[in-house]
Write a protein that binds this ligand. Structure first.
Ligand SMILES: Cc1cc2nc3c(=O)[nH]c(=O)nc-3n(C[C@H](O)[C@H](O)[C@H](O)COP(=O)(O)OP(=O)(O)OC[C@H]3O[C@@H](n4cnc5c(N)ncnc54)[C@H](O)[C@@H]3O)c2cc1C
Length: 396
């Protein structure tokens, strides 16, 4: 059946409306929202961008990121779940997995029977994934993985994770020492995950963030993504998809702040009139709207370019452009959202400071968008280096 964007938008809206009371209650009670997965399953949202051949809806990038923007209005924690499961979980399997691997994981992921996560970051390897220390050893019938992954979205609720590792026993400088990517079953012997307590996190208390460790975890040979040594390329390609999901989610946060602020500014009265009639409040409203329109155009532009690039995978220049557009959109939208949530909190005054209201929750949660999937600093260096030209990278 052909992909139906109107149906996806309607299902996303119904999901968001049904989820909202659960999310608000869980947020205030500072606990994981255990209704998110069942409701996403009910509204058929767990395979939005998965190819229909493998049980998904087959949404194009534009429709997918519009859905993520709508989901982002419900909170960065809710959207982060989808980023972990789809943008950085299902995406690399769909893009670099063999047909056998796709059949093994994608239909189950789309049905909500296999939640996915992406494990690149380690305690000593964040902005520079080449510093990771997880290793694999190739045996006759399997790979053996050892290492620890840190700060992984969905890591404590996942059924399978994408994990990155170097071949064991090779010294730095050895040309064979190249990162590979694997799909690892979380029920495997030697695999253990530990979720962060919601109280130990600055925000997103309703979402799962975890670390996991692998001690001699056996991974079937067919669970390798791409070829041995392709891992760094796969990680970077996946981050393009992940960065756009963050940008889209931030657009949703800004949209929600604008809706909240417009309503509040028309109803709250001080100094004898609605606060929306005070020009300094209108200044905040104008800035939030500018954050919104600029973010929307960057997300849509990048999404359309990604659709063109996926239809023409041999075009390296198009892929390079999408990489840059995703970095720009992620950096700009994360900072625009930070500006918008700060302004929304200000318009709400003392109520803005409370997590009982949406602006305060957005403020706490949105901060992470300037950190994960490439920090502000890393993205600025990437954008500047691309402009300066070959050989001008600030780091390698
Ligand atoms: C809630 C949450 C969810 C996450 N989910 C995932 C996930 O699902 N999967 C995953 O793999 N990871 C995930 N991460 C990890 C995230 O991607 C990393 O935290 C991020 O990439 C930064 O790495 P780091 O924390 O090690 O910081 P570091 O790399 O140690 O950076 C610390 C500071 O130094 C700066 N810095 C580093 N290098 C340079 C440089 N060369 N020049 C200038 N400044 C520099 C950084 O910008 C930053 O300000 C998540 C993180 C959080 C907080």
């Amino acid at each position: 059946m052909a992909f139906d964007p109107a149906k996806l938008a309607a299902d996303t809206e119904a999901f968001c409306q049904e989820l909202r009371p659960h999310e608000e209650l869980c947020y205030v009670e500072h606990r994981f929202n255990d209704q998110l997965v069942p409701l996403a399953k009910k509204h058929d949202l767990l395979g939005i961008n998965v190819n229909p051949e493998y049980g998904g809806r087959g949404a194009d990038n534009l429709a997918y990121f519009k859905a993520l923007a709508r989901i982002g209005r419900e909170g960065t924690g809710v959207r982060t779940f989808f980023s972990g499961h789809l943008s950085i979980g299902a995406y690399p399997i769909q893009t670099w997995g063999s047909d056998q691997l796709k059949k093994k994981y994608l239909p189950a992921a789309a049905r909500g029977e296999a939640i996915l996560a992406f494990g690149l970051t380690e305690p000593d390897a964040g902005s520079n994934p080449r510093e990771l220390t997880t290793t694999f050893e190739k045996q006759a019938d399997r790979f053996l993985l050892n290492g620890v992954k840190y700060l992984i979205s969905n890591g404590g609720i996942a059924d399978a994770v994408i994990a990155f590792a170097y071949p064991a026993g090779l010294s730095e400088g050895d040309p064979r020492r190249r990162i590979s990517a694997f799909v690892v079953d979380c029920k495997s012997e030697g695999f253990s995950a530990e979720s962060f307590s919601p109280n130990a996190k600055m925000g997103m208390p309703t979402a799962n963030t975890a670390m996991f460790s692998m001690e001699n975890v056996g991974v079937p040979l067919e669970n390798l993504l791409g070829n041995e040594g392709d891992g760094f390329r796969i990680a970077m390609g996946t981050l393009v998809s992940g960065r756009l999901s963050v940008a889209a989610g931030c657009l949703g946060v800004i949209e929600d702040c604008l809706a909240e602020v417009l309503e509040y500014a028309k109803s709250r009265k001080q100094h004898g009139k609605e606060i929306g009639r005070h020009q300094l409040i209108q200044d905040h409203i104008a800035h939030i709207e500018l954050d919104r329109v600029a973010s929307e155009s960057l997300v849509f532009r990048a999404a359309e370019a990604k659709d063109r690039s996926e239809a023409n995978r041999a075009d390296a220049e198009l892929a390079r452009q999408v990489d840059m557009l995703a970095a720009q959109a992620k950096f700009f939208c994360a900072n625009a959202a930070w500006d918008a949530v700060d302004r929304a909190v200000q318009v709400f005054g003392g109520r803005g400071w409370s997590t009982l209201y949406r602006p305060g929750r957005h403020l706490i949660d949105t901060r992470v968008c300037r950190i994960y999937e490439g920090t502000d600093e890393i993205l600025k260096l990437k954008i500047a280096a691309a402009l300066l030209g070959k050989g001008w990278d600030a780091f390698r």
